[in-house]
Design a binder for this molecule. Sequence first.
Ligand SMILES: *Cc1c(COP(=O)(O)O)cnc(C)c1O
Length: 381
Amino acid sequence: MKTKSEQNVKPLYVTRPELPPLEDFTAYLSKIWERRWLTNNGVFHRQLEEELAGFLGVRYVSLFSNGTLALVTALQVLRITGEVITTPYTFVATTHALNWNRIKPVFCDIEPQTMNMDPEKIEVLITPETTAILPVHVYGNPCATEKIQKIADIHGLKVIYDAAHAFGVKRDEQSILNSGDLSVLSFHATKIFTTMEGGAIVTNDPKLKKRIDFLKNFGFADETTIMAPGINGKMNEMQAALGLLQLKEVEESISSRKQLSERYRAFLAEIPGLSFLEEQRGIQYNYSYFPVFIDGKKFGKSRDQLYEQLKKQNIFARRYFYPLTSSFSMYRGLPSAKTKNLPIATKMSKQVLCLPLYPGLSEEEQNRVVGQLRTNLRLGK
Ligand SMILES: *Cc1c(COP(=O)(O)O)cnc(C)c1O
């Protein structure tokens, strides 16, 4: 039974979307109503593509109605077939995007320092069927892009990054989205830059930009020419309008996330059995998530026990990423999905817990999360 005070305490979720003042949005809506141009490369759509490219420090952005369709299309853009080496430690859409293209996912284990694909474990997975590598910048932590590119170049493979978490992330002042052949963003409600639903493909190649834009619009190259069996992946004007407003706030939002992350780091240092990721040098992060890893033996409670305890206190942390995508019924029969081939990913997915982190999370609320972690540690002993 919950006590009365527990029932009344405000629920804290892992994230909460930022929204602009409603009046600002209605002003943009008025423009859409005046123009009656609702979708198909509208005014706001073009403006957002341009402003995003400028903000992110990339050459071209192609907007999509969501990140999953952008991933599915990115594979079509480069005509990827056969087998693709990818990570199981991700949101299920990464793996599904391969499946929708009838491509066989080949799962590669991750590094414990970053939770990203381990570049040392890629080469043994390459077969004559391999055509590409699909890594994920998990939590916005940049992958070992140079090592991955080197392997890709030697073996003639394409590289597509699932950069759904990596909005605005830079390494040595360079956007991480410039790595590989294509990068894919998501603007889903849970992401740091959101258009409610939305996504994009990023490229530096004008020919690819063209091909992406044809493919997301049924394959229309002009009024009467269809260049390929394209899809409808277009972002509409309302989403684009929201994006333009969000873009004005995103830097401030990242800096407030940064402050909260630093507070977590300070408060959670030296809790036995609780660890978090070290920051790499030269990286400008976006602080989109705050994952902690619970070593049940040392903490005194398993990750799942802690997760349930926090829920009882109205704190809804999330297990990103658990279960591994390789363990779902449609993938677990694949040879590369065997747990013994994925020891680090298997272990980390059982330890991870992402804590509430978003602009507007008050220090008091954050203290509540930290307090509960400490209380559970004591109770566990
Ligand atoms: C959110 C997310 C996606 C999918 O994006 P949607 O916009 O929700 O379709 C893909 N990959 C990763 C890693 C994600 O976190």
